[in-house]
Design a protein. Sequence first.
Length: 225
Amino acid sequence: MPTPRTVSRLRSPVGLGRAAAALLGIVVAADLFAGYAGFKLYDVTGDLMNGATGSAVLRRSDAAETLDSLAEKVHSGAMLVCVIVYVSWFVLVRGNAEVFDPAEQSMKSWWAVVGWFVPFLNLWYPRRITLEIWDASSPVGARRSHLLVNVWWTLWLLSLFADRVGGLHYKESAEPGENHAVLQLSLLADAVEIAAGVLAILVVLRLTRMQRDKALAGRAVPLTV
């Protein structure tokens, strides 16, 4: 007697999608806080660069560095929680894409996790997987525009590059003038990361809605919570 074939099941992406979008919003708020703290530090290093002295400017400098350190911790904590939920959502929608259109998925499913963390490969693998999920989740016969994903990923890479360069130089810098220039780059990185975060929210919400709509459009595969 033949063994019954296991039927793949869709899982609802709505709950995790909303959670991922909300946490991305918290990360954006943390970026805004980091930008504010960075600006305060940028302001006081400008005064030091211009020759300001005395206890008042030193107190401002200490307060700005403390605020900047707090902002970094808040951002790191928010990012950690967000990454866990976001990757969980990403794995779920990748699994649904396998049900919608297995032929569209050119990479093994475990790359949906590993691809984010392998150096160098994480510069393009997540985008590639996202586009394959996007195409599999699109309505049949619909035009598949990748503009939103491509703009989001470009801004994300730019923010990573600016943040990495600024962070490395800031650790090596000792003169106020050098720190001032580096903080300009850090502020730019914060601004780009905020924009990337907003677009990431749109990607999550759009892809979640696409999968939900496609599942409810009459597919024979059942949708589970």
